[in-house]
Design a binder for this molecule. Structure first.
Ligand SMILES: [Zn+2]
Length: 280
């Protein structure tokens, strides 16, 4: 049993907190959908190497504190939860014929991509970096209208393992801002570059990330096992498979990439599902 699997098992024993539009309901955690153990069983038989965000196709948000960074009337009380270890999910273990479309950052608000997900009713889980939204909240509201959700990809896209990154600002400010903008506080965090998500993360760093994130409502650290980049795809398991979490970015090539993955899915009898249906 490798380190990540141990973490998953431990995390599954903790308590989770589900927040919907400000309501706070404690529920028992269900680790059944955490698929990190499934990665071990995959043909690669090893922990996934970091890939996908080391060479972002577009410029990263360069501004730290935009207008949304200041405390304001949108500030609301964040849910309190027991500080606990959070599982890292690379792939969802499920018998359902589903895969997951996750789209990061938010730099390019591409009309064709929005039209494609809207027309085809595609549930997209979007991990927004606050600095990349640039005030265009409505674009992402529409983008997630077909069963998707807005989740957390930090304020400014700094690496959470740098040691100098203010974790509560990077992780918890978006919880408050997105909660106010969208009426739902995110439950998932995707760390920029995946840093902090891999089993190689220093224990001290991982504990600091988990403590901060779980204290403001994050229940899952979501990684990925497939990536679309500049129109082409890389799959850890060779091709699109059930339970895959596919990473996209909001770039000009997004619409084409979404069409491509939907073609692959159709050939395999898979359909995209909301990640929130499987990571509760
Ligand atoms: Zn990113």
């Amino acid at each position: 049993m490798n380190q990540r699997r141990r973490i998953s098992v431990i995390a599954a024993a903790g308590a989770a907190v589900v927040v919907t539009a400000g309501a706070l309901v404690a529920v028992a955690a269900n680790g059944a959908t955490d698929g990190s153990a499934d990665v071990n069983a995959a043909s690669t038989a090893q922990a996934p190497e970091p890939f996908g965000e080391s060479d972002l196709p577009t410029g990263e948000p360069n501004s730290g504190a935009g207008p949304d960074a200041a405390a304001g009337p949108e500030e609301r009380a964040l849910p309190l939860s027991k500080k606990r270890k959070l599982a890292r999910t690379f792939v969802v273990k499920t018998k359902d014929p589903v895969f997951f479309i996750t789209i990061d950052d938010g730099n390019t608000k591409n009309a064709a991509a929005l039209k494609y997900v809207t027309t085809n009713r595609i549930p997209a889980t979007v991990f927004l970096t606050n600095a990349a939204v640039a005030g265009q909240w409505n674009y992402f509201r529409k983008f997630t209208a077909a069963g998707g959700t807005v989740e957390n990809h930090t304020m400014t896209h700094k690496s959470l393992t740098s040691g100098s990154t203010p974790l509560s600002y990077e992780i918890c400010r978006p919880q408050a801002i997105y909660g106010a903008k969208y009426g739902r506080i995110p439950t998932m965090l995707r760390p920029p570059y995946g840093n902090g998500g891999y089993a190689t993360t220093a224990k001290k760093t991982r504990k600091a990330i988990d403590a901060t994130a779980s204290a403001c409502g994050v229940q899952h650290i979501v990684m990925w096992n497939a990536v679309a980049e500049k129109g082409s795809f890389r799959f850890i398991r060779g091709s699109l498979k059930r339970g895959d979490i596919v990473l996209f970015h909001f770039t000009p090539s997004l619409a084409g990439e979404l069409k491509s993955v939907m073609r692959m899915a159709a050939k395999k009898g898979l359909h995209p599902a909301p990640l929130t249906d499987y990571l509760k």
